[in-house]
Design a protein around this ligand. Sequence first.
Ligand code: NAG
Ligand code: NAG
Ligand code: NAG
Ligand code: NAG
Ligand code: NAG
Ligand code: NAG
Ligand code: NAG
Ligand code: NAG
Ligand code: NAG
Length: 730
Amino acid sequence: MTRRHLLFATPQLIYLVSTIFPLSGFCVDVLQFVNPLIGSTNGGNVFAGATRPYALAKPVADVDGQNTGGFATDGSRITGFSATHDSGTGGNPSLGNFPLFPQLCPESDVNSCNFLIGERATHYLEDSVVARPGYFEVELDSGIKGAMTSSDHAALYKFEFPARDDQLHPLVLLDLTDLWKSRQNASISVDPESGQVKGNGTFLPSFGPGSYVMHFCVDFFGGHILDNGVWKPEAEEIPNPLSDFDGLVADAEDAWREKLSPISVDAGGASEELQTSFWSGVYRTMISPQNYTDENPFWNSGIPYFDSFYCIWDSFRVQHPLLTILDPHAQIQMVNSLLDIYKHEGWLPDCHMSLSNGWTQGGSNADVVLVDAYVKNITGIDWELALEAIIQDAEVEPLEWAYHGRGGLRSWKDLQYIPYLDFDPVGFGTNSRSISRTLEYAYNDYCLATLAQGLGREDLYDKYVLRSANWQYLWKPDQRSSIEGNDTGFAGFMEPKYQNGTWGYQDPIACSALASFCSLTTNPSETFEASIWQYQFLVPQSMSVLIGLMGSEEPFIQRLDFFHTSGLADISNEPVFSTVYLYHYAGRPGLSTKRLHTYIPSAFNTSHGGLPGNDDSGSMGAFVVFGMIGLFPVAGQDVYLISAPFFREVNITSPLTGKTTQIKTVGFDANYENIYIQNVTVNGKPWTKSWISHSLFNEGWTMELVLGNKESEWGTKLEDRPPSWGEAIV
Ligand SMILES: *[C@@H]1O[C@H](CO)[C@@H](O)[C@H](O)[C@H]1NC(C)=O
Ligand SMILES: *[C@@H]1O[C@H](CO)[C@@H](O)[C@H](O)[C@H]1NC(C)=O
Ligand SMILES: *[C@@H]1O[C@H](CO)[C@@H](O)[C@H](O)[C@H]1NC(C)=O
Ligand SMILES: *[C@@H]1O[C@H](CO)[C@@H](O)[C@H](O)[C@H]1NC(C)=O
Ligand SMILES: *[C@@H]1O[C@H](CO)[C@@H](O)[C@H](O)[C@H]1NC(C)=O
Ligand SMILES: *[C@@H]1O[C@H](CO)[C@@H](O)[C@H](O)[C@H]1NC(C)=O
Ligand SMILES: *[C@@H]1O[C@H](CO)[C@@H](O)[C@H](O)[C@H]1NC(C)=O
Ligand SMILES: *[C@@H]1O[C@H](CO)[C@@H](O)[C@H](O)[C@H]1NC(C)=O
Ligand SMILES: *[C@@H]1O[C@H](CO)[C@@H](O)[C@H](O)[C@H]1NC(C)=O
């Protein structure tokens, strides 16, 4: 038996509670600027339904089109309503277990109902969709309306059936499946009196090995079961479903208001559209990771358990750094949860969802999340344990490095790079991405060195900081790059290298939008999901060395410009984020802001397709938010690159310290002609550096930026550029 249905005697309104166990300043209600439908088509894959911050319960209507996050505004049809989802992920659709589907069947004859997904799938009225924080509503073509809200672990649905003369009995079907149709086995039981449906199922995680078990319990209210039963409630987060709906929506709104409350904006005439992109971006960064505390069947250590780190390769760059500013309490819990996973599973995860490991995409980037928290003085974390976990990533190769740790560590230590077609008898993983893994391992080692130094371990610092220069061994000075036979004019690119030291070859434009996509399984290559053109810029620890290898500032800037204007830059994926700001390292911070304005709003806007790619747990949102407040985090370092904000003034009050940081402008212009910083003061004193420490937030500093319509001398001097370690060794 894979489906269960209940037939109701009373038409009109039926409430269902579905409980899942896996597992400021300007007096504006900023929720008006949150539009959960941004990124609901065109591959954004956002979760557009009702949820509270980081909550497990995420009810929404599921469609048969772009359903990775459940719902999409892509014109596809609704197949059910389910209560668990991930947000912004690519690949296979995630979760969406145990969907409910309401319908009216001809003559109330069960045999005439539609049971199979393909038969029951129903279009919805486009204008009927209402999506706001904590609330989702849609009307099916059948006239049935579904409205939903949620607490942390339970979803409350309200199905309204059209009044009809023939008094059809509403039928609610529960399908023992998930969005990916991955169910292995399942069990279900129905209480014939109350109609309560309980059960469980075993499913597959959407991006990783293994399986997970999910349990559910559905209670019905408002309608009478045709069998005329009596309802007996269990202890749930939603004690009075018939009267609680509006209260739950209000609670969810309050929870979101509180999460958004650290920020206060004086838009200074910036459009509502930009403000909506901004606040919706903040909102989306707090949908996942998800708080599964007390729902982890494998261990309960008393430490909050978070899941849906999906994936850290995406989220380490800007999402976690943003949470560190806006919701440090949550970030502390997430970091501790990563360390707890290390303690119980033996490794830090690179990707983790549905209580399972996901595939690693490149380096061991949880290392960067931990060290980013460390350099920002986040408290309440066992840093010695963090050091131990990161050293393990750097030193010990796991048998299955496909889903944690690093592969090819023997080569990494002996040859100082990951070779092309590495011979690796120690562990299993996809033997590709030699260039991107070399770059990421080098940066992971730099972060390890930073933590070691902070903890007084100079011996470890010396060892790992040297390893962080390993990327240079893949620099091939005479390599050139052509597009359709035309040389691009630049010499020197990273290239794959065999174990014997001989160069291999990958076309520098391969895996870019000008060529074809490369993932783990699709066209695996020496660079992951991006080209050599993209990866060549990703050495955040040693940008001045890279600029030297590329021939000094001017050729570097020309190369960056070419990258961004030739179709080689892929703004739909996270590795591109930092490249927008790299002009800072060449002493031209104004060009970073100028570049940013070529992407916002043209690639990040408020339309349903207004994200250029997978939101990846709010990573795209965090990129927009940082861009608009005029700071870009160099994850793993105590460095924010300073850029001109999109708003006249932004205040951020630390929920940890209560101190308020002010980012103010003089000469702000909402038409964005004055996008060049002329001068900066911090707490009234001149600030000549083009970057600033997280002390800005920890100490609640006031930063004032004078803006103008021409590039200035500010931030151009060598000593004012962002920190960069090392020198050329090749
Ligand atoms: C259910 O499926 C899982 C995953 O395939 C399997 O490990 C487990 O043994 C199955 N359980 C039963 C009772 O069949
Ligand atoms: C699923 O439910 C059935 C029936 O109650 C039960 O026998 C089984 O142990 C449950 N499976 C899991 C994994 O809890
Ligand atoms: C920021 O805080 C200062 C000091 O409290 C206040 O004067 C200013 O109005 C605030 N600005 C915003 C945008 O909230
Ligand atoms: C996660 O849930 C636990 C248990 O309810 C709670 O103690 C913790 O504060 C939650 N974390 C966040 C960030 O909301
Ligand atoms: C290559 O160069 C030729 C000659 O300058 C030009 O006509 C052509 O458009 C160029 N192709 C590309 C892809 O830039
Ligand atoms: C190095 O190894 C590659 C791949 O096996 C081979 O093609 C190349 O000839 C070797 N180079 C030398 C110098 O042996
Ligand atoms: C909005 O963003 C999407 C996704 O990047 C893009 O395709 C679209 O052209 C943008 N729309 C506008 C009006 O800029
Ligand atoms: C910037 O500040 C310096 C002193 O800190 C001053 O000499 C210079 O005139 C200022 N420039 C502008 C454009 O305001
Ligand atoms: C962290 O604490 C150290 C020691 O008190 C201090 O020197 C440093 O400035 C702090 N950094 C930040 C970002 O708060």
